[in-house]
Design a protein around this ligand. Sequence first.
Ligand SMILES: [Zn+2]
Length: 317
Amino acid sequence: MNAVRKLPPIEVLPRDLSAWEKGNTGTAFVHRFDSGRPGPRVMVVGLTHGNEFCGAEALHWALGEKLRPLAGSLVLAFANVAAYRSFEKAKPLDSRFLDRDLNRVWRDDWLANEKTREADRARELLPFVTEAEFLLDIHSTSFAVRPFFVSAQHARGRDLAQRIGAPRSLLLVDGGFDGRAMIEHGEFADPQGQRTALVVECGAHFLKPSVDVAKATMLDFLATVGSVDPDWAAVRRPSVPVSESGVYEITEVYVARSDDIAFLQPFVGFEEVGEGTPIVRDGDNEVRAPYPRCTVLFPKAQPMKGRELVTLARRID
Ligand SMILES: [Zn+2]
């Protein structure tokens, strides 16, 4: 039996982003502002996944407000507008990407050779990504779970998330995905490196509160890294609920082996289950919690063979 999990309603729809297409960098939908003063090189990315509207809303707002860095430089980039534009209300999860997940293509060998529309776009974004000393990539989740940060597994990622302050939950990734995320590219994943990148997962894809979390986190991030004046940010920051805290380490990213998938409880994310608890049936295989107090994350609402199905994590703090 497949446990029924209801997706949240669609409160936010795609908007016309064509005003931001030309940008000022020669790369579509990428805007770069230089303060002319020394300071951090910062980047905020939205729409790495085309159906995650909160990042597009936050960037649209920032550009409309003429948000500019007071020191260093700031890049604001809509990553996968082509996927965003493919959105259909009847199939809201299908516009995550066109050919392949843009947030799994950031391996140097794949960036060099892959011929997909997402790899093409990643190559366009690459010079900006590799320039950034601090990068925030804004995402959302299928189900309405608490907002959280995601970082590569090193102290400076955890430190930056703590300094930003909210959301208060953090997921640490250690190369476990089926491919590499943007925040794992190059030095971002190197414990000895300097440059730091975080994902923020703001809540469910199409809910209005996720947009507030995206704007608030973007402003908190920019103020923390010294890109904008904290007082300027504070008066513009939407107030959002204080989220639950916790630090989690990914232990397994399970990829579906069949198209015959049934979740065995109505998992939406952040459930903690005991060792041996059946989580999902995949054809003849049953995925069970491999250790006590196992946290279930990213249970897919629309499972597909060959794609990530569920992620398991251990709470460490
Ligand atoms: Zn995403």
